[in-house]
Design a binder for this molecule. Structure first.
Ligand code: ZN
Length: 82
């Protein structure tokens, strides 16, 4: 009944075997068929349940982009003041 898909190249965190991880599309679980390891599927795309994980990539991009601007801003205002 459940739809399961193997994740190519995925490594089980418990038994460290490759290509043994399946994703259960209905239950939102990932599972190792070899050792029985189970974990909630991390990349749930829809909800706001995991805002940190979802926004992590985005905020990282913003941080990187803003950093040189802040540095420039600081050095300019320092020169102006002195
Ligand atoms: Zn395993």
């Amino acid at each position: 009944m459940s739809r399961r898909r193997f994740i190519a190249g995925a490594v089980c965190p418990r038994c460290a075997k490759m290509d043994t991880i399946v994703v259960d599309m209905d239950a939102d679980l990932r599972e190792c068929v070899d050792c029985g390891f189970q974990e909630a599927r991390p990349q749930a795309p829809s909800s706001s349940e995991l805002p940190t994980r979802v926004s992590r990539g985005l905020s990282r991009r913003t941080e990187t982009a803003a950093e040189p601007v802040r540095l420039m801003d600081l050095s300019i205002s320092t020169k102006k003041d002195s």
